[in-house]
Design a protein around this ligand. Structure first.
Ligand code: 5GP
Length: 191
């Protein structure tokens, strides 16, 4: 997606050798016009998949998934929770995820009330690095007996192993921008 690649080149900051900071349009300040284009592109890629729900993970996935849902007939958006609260349902699908950015293991929870065996679930996330977040979300979907129609990723770091790990689980991966290399602060896309 050219618009996204241009924006990454203009505003993305490479931190160390493998973290891309995109706080000015994706992870902190949100560019809604860009999010609409992202939503349209996910719709084009997953058109015909009869998506009934979109699943993401808090926090950054929520806005992307919500705007994307508007291009999928306003299907419900569910976000996996990382923190337990007293207001959470008691019956949850749970999965463990190793956080790439925080370097620690955490648990995600999705209420059993919101995914059932008839659902066709599109998983959306901001980044694909080693694939742990997507696998955790897919695990929750599969516990419900529902189908994962695919994973829609805004930015894939193609030099990490996420795509291989996720595809090995039989999950289709569609990324809107794939970074091949981020050496010395320079970003190179796979075309
Ligand atoms: P994975 O689970 O694929 O290893 O990592 C994906 C998750 O880690 C995403 O949900 C995203 O929040 C975070 N993440 C991984 N790499 C990056 C990165 O380079 N930049 C940012 N901003 N987040 C990242």
């Amino acid at each position: 997606m050219q618009l996204l690649q241009d924006r990454i080149l203009k505003d993305g900051k490479v931190i160390g050798s493998n973290i891309l900071k995109v706080d000015s349009f994706l992870n902190h300040q949100l560019d809604i016009a860009l999010f609409n284009e992202i939503g349209k592109e996910f719709k084009r890629l997953f058109n015909g998949c009869e998506v009934t729900k979109i699943l993401t993970i808090e926090a950054s996935g929520i806005a992307i998934a919500s705007i994307t849902a508007q291009y999928f007939n306003n299907v419900p958006v569910i976000f996996a929770k990382k923190y337990i609260g007293i207001n959470m349902d008691n019956e949850n699908y749970e999965a463990e995820v190793f956080s790439f950015t925080k370097n620690k293991l955490y648990k995600i929870r999705v209420s059993k009330n919101y995914i059932n065996s008839d659902d066709k679930v599109l998983i959306i996330d901001d980044f694909l690095a080693n694939g742990r977040a997507i696998l955790g979300l897919a695990n929750a979907v599969r516990q419900a007996g529902a189908e994962v129609v695919g994973a829609g990723i805004v930015i894939e770091k193609g030099f990490q192993k996420g795509r291989g790990v996720v595809e090995k689980e039989g999950i289709r991966v569609e990324s809107l921008a794939i970074i091949e290399k981020m050496d010395n602060g320079e970003i190179l896309f796979k075309n």
